[in-house]
Write a protein that binds this ligand. Structure first.
Ligand SMILES: Cc1cc2nc3c(=O)[nH]c(=O)nc-3n(C[C@H](O)[C@H](O)[C@H](O)COP(=O)(O)OP(=O)(O)OC[C@H]3O[C@@H](n4cnc5c(N)ncnc54)[C@H](O)[C@@H]3O)c2cc1C
Length: 460
C-alpha cells in the first residue's frame, strides 16, 4: 500500500488540480486511457477542428447568393484527420511525459482506478491511499441496447474522428449536440447523412424557437427520420447495414454503410467504484458534491462530468480551480472558512453545428413556468447591416429579460458566430447590468455583427 497526500483519478480536468500549491506534496494521478481526457483527445478540440473544416466545405458548396460560382469537390480525409490528430496526439503525449518525467513529486499510474474502500483505491496490483482523493473520471458514451447493434458494429465520438476512409452513407443515432456537430462534419464533407431520432426535434433542451429553427435547417440539409425507434440492426454479406425502424406502429427499413451512435453519455461513477467507497450518487448516477466539491465521504472530492449532466469543459475547469484551491486549503490545515464555493449559476454553452447555437440562462418556457414577469425580443441577423452582407435569412438573437428589474434572464443565439456574440451578454448578466446599460452605455462597432445583439437589447 502506498500513501500520498493527494490522489487524482482521471487526467482530464483532474490534471489541472496539480497546481504549484502541491509542489511540496506527494501526489499520484491515475489514468486508464489517453492522458488529457475527453476534451483534448476525443471531444471539444478535435470535433471543433473538424467542424471548422466542414464549415468551409459547406460555404464552398454554395456561394451563389453572393454571385460567386464556387463548389465543394472533395476532401483528402486522411490528410484532414492526420492534421487534427497530428496536433492533438503530441499534446497528450507531452502532458503525460511532463507529469511522468518532469514532476518529481508526482507518480503517474496507468490503469483503471477502483475504490476498494472509502479512502483506498486499487490500480492493478497496487493499493493507493491518500489524505485527499479527487474523482475526475468523467463520463462515457451511452450505447442504447438495440438488438444487433453490437454485432454489426458502430462508431461513437470516441472512434469516428479517426476512421480510415469516409463511408458513402452514415446513419447518426441521436439529435443532441454531438449528433448535430458530427453529422454536420460528415455531411458537409460529402457523406450522405441520415439522423434517426426518437423524438421530433434536434436540441430539444434549447429554447423552443432555437430548436425549431435548428430542426428546420437540418431537415433541409439532411435526411431526418424522427419519432422513430430501431427494432433491429443487421449486416448482409456485402457489408451493407440494414436498420429495422418503427414509427407510430408502422415498420420500415433503412440501409447504410456506417452507424454513428450519439445517444448521450453516462458518468463514470459506477466504474470507479463509488458505491464501494460509500460515495453518494444521484438517481442518474452522478456523484453528489457540495458547493466546495466535497462528496459525502471525508477526504474525497469530485468534479466535472462525473458529477453533473452539464457535461461542459468550461464548467469542469471552473470546478477544478475550486477543488484545487479547497484541497490545498485543507491540506495546509486552514479551517473551512478558507474554502471557496463554485458558482454554476450562469453556465453558457454552444453547439458547433451549422447553424451554430449558443445559450445562457433561462429559456422562454422556463420563465413562463416560473411565473416570472418577462419581455422577449427576437432580432433577426437579416435586419442588421452585417446580416444584409451575409444575405442571412435564418439566424436570430432571442433575449428574455425581467420586465421589472430589466435584467437579462436568458440569451439564445442561432447563426454564425453565436458562441462569440453571446459572450458580452454573459458578461452583462454576470456583472448585474440591465439590458439598457448593456445596450446604451457602450458603443457598438458599425456595421459589425454585434449590432444584432445591440438591436436585440434595444428592442426589450
Ligand atoms: C464529441 C464531444 C464534443 C464535445 N465538445 C465540447 C465543447 O465543444 N465544449 C465543451 O465545453 N464541452 C464539450 N464536450 C464535453 C467535454 O469534453 C467534457 O465536459 C469534459 O472533457 C469533461 O472533463 P472531465 O475532466 O470531467 O472528464 P474527462 O475529460 O472525460 O476526463 C476523465 C478521465 O478519467 C479517465 N478515467 C475514467 N475512469 C477512470 C478510472 N476508473 N481510472 C482511471 N482513469 C479513469 C478517462 O480515461 C479520462 O481520461 C464534448 C464532449 C464530446 C464527447
Amino acid at each position: 500500500m502506498t500513501h500520498f497526500d493527494l490522489l487524482v483519478l482521471g487526467t482530464g480536468s483532474g490534471n489541472s488540480i496539480l497546481t504549484s500549491d502541491f509542489d511540496d506534496k506527494r501526489v499520484a494521478i491515475v489514468e486508464k486511457g489517453v492522458f488529457g481526457g475527453t476534451c483534448l483527445n476525443v471531444g471539444c478540440i478535435p470535433s471543433k477542428m473538424f467542424v471548422y473544416t466542414a464549415d468551409r466545405a459547406l460555404a464552398a458548396a454554395d456561394s451563389s447568393k453572393y454571385g460567386l460560382d464556387t463548389s465543394y469537390n472533395s476532401v483528402d480525409w486522411p490528410a484532414l484527420r492526420d492534421r487534427v490528430f497530428g496536433r492533438i496526439d503530441p499534446i497528450a503525449a507531452g502532458g503525460e511525459k511532463y507529469r511522468t518525467e518532469e514532476c518529481d513529486n508526482v507518480t503517474v499510474y496507468k490503469g483503471v482506478a477502483t475504490f476498494i474502500g472509502p479512502n483506498e483505491v486499487a490500480v492493478g496490483d497496487e493499493t493507493l491511499t491518500a489524505d485527499n482523493i479527487v474523482v475526475a473520471t468523467g463520463a462515457r458514451v451511452f450505447v442504447p441496447p438495440v438488438p444487433g447493434l453490437a454485432d454489426v458494429g458502430f462508431h461513437t465520438s470516441d472512434t469516428v474522428m479517426r476512421i480510415d476512409e469516409l463511408p458513402k452513407r452514415m446513419v447518426v443515432l441521436g439529435a443532441g449536440y454531438i449528433a448535430s456537430e458530427l453529422g454536420h462534419v460528415f455531411g458537409s464533407l460529402g457523406v450522405e447523412v441520415t439522423f434517426i431520432n426518437r423524438s421530433a426535434k434536434f436540441l430539444r433542451n434549447e429554447d423552443n424557437d432555437i430548436s425549431d429553427r435548428f430542426t428546420e435547417v437540418y431537415s433541409r440539409r439532411f435526411n431526418l427520420v424522427s419519432n422513430t425507434t430501431i427494432s433491429n440492426v443487421s449486416r448482409d454479406a456485402s457489408g451493407e447495414i440494414t436498420l429495422d425502424l418503427v414509427s407510430a406502429g408502422a415498420t420500415s427499413q433503412l440501409t447504410t454503410d456506417m452507424i454513428l451512435v450519439t445517444t448521450g453519455r453516462v458518468p463514470n461513477a459506477d466504474t470507479v467504484g463509488a458505491a464501494t467507497a460509500g460515495i453518494a450518487v444521484d438517481e442518474a448516477g452522478y456523484i453528489v458534491t457540495d458547493a466546495y466539491g466535497r462528496t459525502n465521504v471525508d477526504g474525497v472530492w469530485a468534479l466535472g462530468d462525473v458529477t453533473t449532466a452539464l457535461q461542459l469543459k468550461h464548467s469542469a475547469n471552473h470546478e477544478a480551480r475550486v477543488v484545487a484551491h479547497n484541497v490545498a486549503a485543507v491540506a495546509s490545515g486552514v479551517g473551512d472558512d478558507a474554502l471557496v464555493a463554485r458558482d454554476l449559476s450562469l453556465v453558457p454553452h454552444a453547439v458547433f453545428g451549422n447553424p451554430q447555437v449558443a445559450a445562457v440562462g433561462m429559456t422562454e418556457q422556463a420563465a413562463v413556468d416560473a411565473g416570472i414577469p418577462h419581455l422577449v425580443k427576437v432580432q433577426n441577423y437579416g435586419d442588421t447591416a452585417y446580416g444584409w452582407a451575409m444575405e442571412d435569412a435564418e439566424s436570430f438573437v432571442k433575449l428574455i429579460a425581467h420586465s421589472e428589474t430589466r435584467l437579462l434572464l436568458g440569451a439564445h443565439i442561432i447563426g454564425p458566430q453565436a458562441s462569440t456574440l453571446i459572450q458580452q451578454l454573459i458578461q452583462g448578466m454576470k456583472f448585474g447590468q440591465t439590458v439598457d446599460e448593456m445596450a446604451r452605455d457602450q458603443m457598438y462597432i458599425h456595421p459589425a455583427l454585434s449590432e444584432v445583439v445591440e438591436n436585440a437589447l434595444l428592442g426589450l
